[in-house]
Ligand binder design. Structure first.
Ligand code: AFP
Length: 340
């Protein structure tokens, strides 16, 4: 990994314009989208910092399109993303975990080339306990006629993503993203109010020694998944086992740990929920894009995540993601069952 310090003084805006201008005929539109996303990340970080003073913790009492409890901060984070793109004409359509239907931006009619998919606040049950949170985004190019109300143009595979990444709100706020030419990490300097490049060309270790999964769900898993977990827990020092378990309940935080330290995250299929829990288009596919660009793999257990064709915008998928060797091994356990 190429570690740069913030003294290199490369703010996100300079970096994205420089990268984009390297491509002939580029309009700078994509850089402007990244800058608006970064603005949303900064505004959400500010909301999280003061939420305890503003009665913004806890649930709204409503359920979202997924049937999950909506936290007040889920709603606020979703509004922030809408606010930074509304009236801009930059992005045509926003699809979010918090909205049943795509949100169409009318100022973009005839010119907005992109759709942005969002999990505005990932891990939102962590809000009440001051634990890490994230936001995930994925950018897709629309056909020239734009979004006409038919979901079909939005239901694209992960391989069609133009860019994807996440914000991680932890002890510091970071932005990690890829546009298909490596993975970049930026750190928010709260005093200056800007994101600065801190790592370029991040590479995930080929094999790790950490697993991240909600082990409380073991009783709901298929036997091959339980067998795999027990394999990771066996003591066999020559093969690097046992692995350590780490789980925060925030997908972004857990996958970021895996990106930096190696190992794997999994939220598998369950006997009563074979589709898993995580959402394909705004959780699994964007993270798989980042991890693949860093040299790792993202899989449903049986298929590359980026090749899964969405049938609906809010589709769920089992997710196995992380270091190449660890995911290949996990897939052999998953396939062993499909062959019996
Ligand atoms: P949301 O807060 O966006 O709904 O995401 C939560 C999450 O999808 C993901 O962040 C976690 O990894 C996972 O759920 C935690 O789920 P469990 O509580 O079932 O472990």
């Amino acid at each position: 990994m190429n570690h740069l310090s913030t003294t290199a003084c490369l703010p996100l805006s300079t970096f994205t314009f420089r990268e984009q201008m390297a491509h002939a005929g580029s309009s700078g539109e994509f850089s402007r989208i990244m800058i608006q996303l970064a603005l949303a990340g900064k505004l959400i970080a500010r909301e999280l910092r003061k939420a305890g003073f503003n009665q913004m913790l806890g649930s709204t009492g409503a359920l979202n399109v997924q049937g999950e409890e909506v936290q007040k901060l889920d709603e606020r984070a979703n509004d922030i993303f809408l606010e930074v793109f509304e009236h801009q004409g930059l992005v045509s359509t926003l699809v979010s975990e918090e909205m049943e239907k795509p949100f169409h931006i009318k100022e973009a009619d005839g010119k907005g080339k992109y759709a942005v998919f969002l999990d505005p606040l990932d891990g939102s049950s962590n809000t009440d306990v001051n634990a890490p949170l994230g936001s995930i985004f994925s950018i897709h190019r629309l056909p020239p006629e734009g979004f006409s109300g038919n979901d079909e143009v939005l239901r694209k595979k992960g391989t069609d993503q133009v860019a994807a990444g996440y914000f991680l709100y932890g002890p510091s706020v970071i932005l990690v993203y890829t546009c298909g030419n490596g993975v970049f990490q930026f750190l928010l300097d709260q005093n200056v109010g800007d994101f600065f490049l801190t790592s370029a060309a991040i590479q995930i270790p080929q094999k790790g020694s950490i697993y991240s999964a909600n082990e409380g769900n073991q009783g709901k898993w298929f036997p091959e998944t339980r067998n795999f977990l027990h394999f990771l827990q066996e003591v066999e020092p020559q093969s690097g086992r046992p692995y350590s378990g780490r789980y925060s309940g925030c997908l972004v935080a857990d996958v970021h740990r895996i990106l930096i330290k190696g190992g794997l995250y999994f939220y598998p299929a369950e006997i009563k929920k074979p589709e898993g829990k995580l959402r394909l288009m705004y959780e699994a596919a964007p993270l798989a894009f980042v991890i693949e660009q860093a040299g790792g793999l993202g899989s449903s257990g049986l298929e590359r995540i980026k090749d899964v064709v969405p049938k609906t915008l809010h589709q769920r998928v089992p997710l196995w993601i992380g270091s190449r060797d660890d995911i290949v091994l996990a897939e052999t356990f998953q396939r062993s069952a499909s062959q019996t």
